[in-house]
Design a protein around this ligand. Structure first.
Ligand code: DC
Length: 205
């Protein structure tokens, strides 16, 4: 069984995907971490995010252990990931890793931007998770503050808007719901309610 969970930054898709994986006994992959790890490699090697050769070298060198690196979930790394994610060659380089992960038994829940449209177009279930930009900024701000990152709410909101614009407007694998995706709006839902709604939509108990 493969479940694709797509949606914009801070929509709650990551937490939801983890909960669904535990519930259905599946493995979970946060694909945003792949892009974050590639961006981190470029920067750690003293490279420039706008250099296609540096981006591609980092994507080819990606090791699963890189996903455990500290600092990947920072605001800056999310922004950097969004920049390198517009590169078709980078996306192609990490596609096989994502597909292999999804297809290994007993199946998996993958969350990202293009899981239902590109990575796993034949997924058994596709969820597209949304929430208002203000609510997503509120959640991300609380998360970053809890992690000790000192950022202003208005900066988080403008970052979310910039990332939405970049992720939806890029020509390669843009953020958009698959035609057969189920839409879940979590603006008014807490984690538990969103999880229950998703299980109902999937048809489990
Ligand atoms: O989900 P996230 O915030 O960790 O993702 C970081 C960036 O990576 C996001 O702005 C766009 C990119 N990304 C992508 O293009 N495709 C994916 N499947 C996952 C993330």
């Amino acid at each position: 069984m493969i479940i694709a969970v797509d949606g914009p930054a801070a929509s709650g898709k990551g937490t939801l995907a983890r909960r669904l994986a535990a519930h259905f006994g599946l493995r979970h992959l946060d694909t945003g971490l792949l892009y974050r790890a590639v961006a981190r490699q470029v920067l750690a090697a003293g490279g420039d995010l706008s250099d296609p050769a540096a981006r591609l070298a980092a994507a080819h060198a990606l090791d699963p252990a890189d996903l455990d690196a500290t600092g990947l979930r920072s605001q800056a790394m999310g922004e950097a990931a969004s920049i390198i994610a517009a590169d078709q060659e980078v996306r192609r380089a990490i596609l096989a890793f994502q597909r292999d992960f999804a297809q290994a038994p007993p199946g998996a829940v993958l969350d990202g931007r293009d899981i239902g449209t590109v990575v796993c177009p034949d997924a058994d279930v596709k969820l597209f998770v949304i929430a208002s930009a203000e609510e997503r900024a509120r959640r991300r701000h609380a998360e970053l503050s809890a992690a000790g990152e000192n950022v202003a709410y208005k900066d988080v909101l403008s970052d979310i808007r910039a990332r939405d614009a970049r992720d939806t407007s890029r020509t390669v694998a843009p953020l958009k719901p698959a035609t057969d995706a189920l839409l879940l709006d979590t603006t008014e839902l807490d984690i538990e309610a969103a999880f229950r709604a998703a299980v109902d939509m999937i048809g489990g108990s």
